[in-house]
Design a protein around this ligand. Structure first.
Ligand code: ATP
Ligand code: MG
Length: 571
């Protein structure tokens, strides 16, 4: 491709609209342009990178035996009602109306569509297992679209869905996708770590997210340097000890005491009360599907809402308002507790199990209770892991201190079970003629997000350093003068033509620009090799090959093409 004939609108200045480096570089290198918040046009160079990432994904999906399909982006709401997600996915659903005012949805994901297809087309165990995938545009009404392609309203996803006759089969399908993901991210030049992820209300058995460590990531990964343990913060656990108060103080009767003006764990931990945070019970009131529930944690621990969603079996919950709290418990936040509460379901964090001599609110403004023994004095509906792990706590596998690092989620593999097959009637007849729902898995890769994540891991002060596997061009042929009659331009033309004939993806910088501008641009857009043809080097009988971010090599003009091909092969 001749530079003069394509559109590569590079920018010298950092665009104000971009907060993070990878987003800035996408804009500066002329790869994408914003239409509106969360909506981007891929320019020719950006589209070439996108197609390369897609192609890697496609090859690895095919290799793993998945079948490519293409489903409609526009979906009837009825199938979402059938799966039960019409309500629960409300927040992300884009809805449109046709001329008859009938509602349609722009698909944020495709479990409902593929399961409807399988329900219609597959009826026997002989047709299973199957895994279908597509590479397609998704629409999500994200609360905060930001960081360019990282969190967009419209983005490209590879989504795959496996259907098996048994749990073991589903497990094998899951493992195949997991392995394919490892290869995909490796081939894209990405260091992506699989971590255990929360299954939340999807209720699946297990799930892994593929995380690219980066300070700009919106996720937090908990990991251990010694064992292999790595989990999303939403899921992570640790081996911290429960706190048991010494026997002796244990069986004291509950005592009410006045705490005027004390409304926080912190305030109660100060003089004159001096109750340490880990000796307090934190009482939270939430409205879950419009019914109040009480959640108890140790005073120094934080609630993990994803874990709570898994325990409640719904994501439709929120913190209760002060009025709702008062209606439920007869006191205001700051004086709440669960002693004597019978009408409202109490969920307690496992760290509180068996704990004695605790202090908690009295459900009377301005009063607290001391000497509370959890098991003696409270009615707990369910004990569960409800807290968020903190850095430094002992690893659940080996006991060494855990670390927390920010990361970008680029992919997700999920064992779904029979939730959708049951709801949508994707049933099959087994060998003995009995009908069973297919056991499903679902597997997503954010293709556009992955493209940007590659930049997060491959850049320097001059711009992008594309790994050869996803680079828009392998080499930029750069004549330092463009007079068609000059030996420089004639040689450059000849080398460009030969490279192209040999199947090397070459960009020919035929612009009438100063060498400095050409060099800066090819560095900014991150082409792995630059082949410079200039009068001075030609006088010495050589041309220059510069590796992006690396060394400069000189070769004889007639060896240039072979050398470029050799260097490409090494990367
Ligand atoms: P996130 O927690 O980042 O919102 P998600 O859990 O909603 O992701 P999935 O539904 O599992 O994501 O989608 C599969 C993949 O699609 C994700 O791993 C991510 O790479 C990508 N993805 C999800 N939402 C977006 C978005 N708004 N913009 C770009 N890529 C996205
Ligand atoms: Mg999301």
């Amino acid at each position: 491709m001749r530079w003069s004939q394509t559109l590569i609108p590079t920018l010298r200045e950092t665009p104000a609209e971009a907060e993070i480096l990878s987003h800035q570089l996408l804009l500066r290198a002329g790869l994408i342009r914003k239409l509106a918040g969360g909506l981007y046009t891929f320019l020719p160079l950006g589209l070439r990178v996108l197609r390369k990432v897609e192609q890697i994904v496609r090859e690895e999906m095919d290799r793993a035996g998945a079948l490519e399909v293409l489903m409609p982006a526009l979906q009837p709401p009825e199938i979402w009602q059938q799966s039960g997600r019409y309500e629960t996915a409300q927040d992300v659903l884009f809805k449109v109306r046709d001329r008859a005012k009938k509602e349609w949805l722009l698909g944020p994901t495709h479990e409902e569509v593929i399961t409807t297809l399988v329900a219609g087309e597959i009826s026997s165990y002989r047709q299973l297992p199957k895994n279908f995938y597509q590479i397609q545009t998704k629409f999500r009404d994200e609360i905060r679209p930001r960081f360019g392609l990282m969190r967009a309203k419209e983005f490209i996803m590879k989504d795959a869905y496996s259907f098996d006759t048994t749990d073991e089969g589903a497990q094998a399908s899951y493992q195949k996708m997991y392995n394919a993901y490892v290869r995909i991210f490796q081939r894209c030049g990405l260091k992506a770590v699989p971590v255990e992820a929360a299954t939340g209300v999807m209720g699946g058995k297990f799930s892994h997210e593929f995380m690219v460590p980066a300070e700009t990531g919106e996720n937090e990964v908990v990991y251990c340097d010694t064992s292999d343990y790595a989990a999303n913060l939403e899921k992570a656990t640790s081996k911290i000890e429960r706190k048991h108060t010494e026997a002796g103080s244990a069986d004291l009767p509950i005592e009410k005491f006045a705490t005027p003006g004390v409304g926080t764990i912190e305030a109660l931990s100060r003089a004159p009360y001096q109750v340490p945070a880990d000796g307090q019970i934190k009482t939270l009131v939430f409205m879950a599907e419009s019914k109040p529930v009480i959640i108890l944690l140790r005073g120094d621990h934080q609630l993990n809402e994803t874990k709570l969603a898994g325990v409640l079996g719904t994501t439709t919950f929120r913190a209760a308002t002060a009025e709702e709290v008062f209606a439920a418990l007869g006191a205001h936040p700051g004086s709440l507790g669960a002693v004597g509460v019978k009408q409202i379901a109490v969920y307690a964090d496992a760290m509180l199990r068996g704990v004695r001599d605790m202090t908690t609110g009295a459900n009377e403004d301005g009063f607290h209770l001391r000497h509370v023994s959890i098991e003696r004095d409270l009615q707990v509906k369910e004990w569960a892991d409800l807290r968020t792990v903190q850095a430094g706590e002992p690893c659940p596998v080996c006991g060494r201190p855990l670390r927390i690092q920010r990361a970008i989620e680029v992919g997700h593999v999920f064992k779904l079970g029979t939730k959708y097959s049951q709801a949508m009637g994707a049933l099959f007849l087994n060998e003995s003629g009995q009908q069973h729902p297919a056991v499903m898995g679902c597997y997503g890769i954010g293709v556009t997000r992955t493209m940007q994540a590659v930049i997060e891991q491959h850049f320097d002060k001059d711009g992008i350093l594309w790994p050869i596997s996803v680079a828009p061009y392998a080499v930029c042929v750069t004549p330092l003068g463009i007079d068609p009659a000059s030996p420089v331009m004639q040689l450059a033309e000849k080398i460009y033509a030969e490279l192209t004939a040999q199947g090397v993806e070459a960009l020919f910088d035929d612009r009438d620009e100063r060498p400095g501008v050409k060099f800066k641009d090819s560095e900014l857009i991150g082409i792995p090799l630059r082949l410079g043809v200039g009068e001075r080097s030609l006088a010495k009988g050589v041309v220059e090959i510069k590796r992006r971010g690396g060394e400069l090599i000189t070769v004889k003009p007639e060896e240039a093409v072979a050398k470029v091909i050799e260097l490409i092969g090494q990367r």
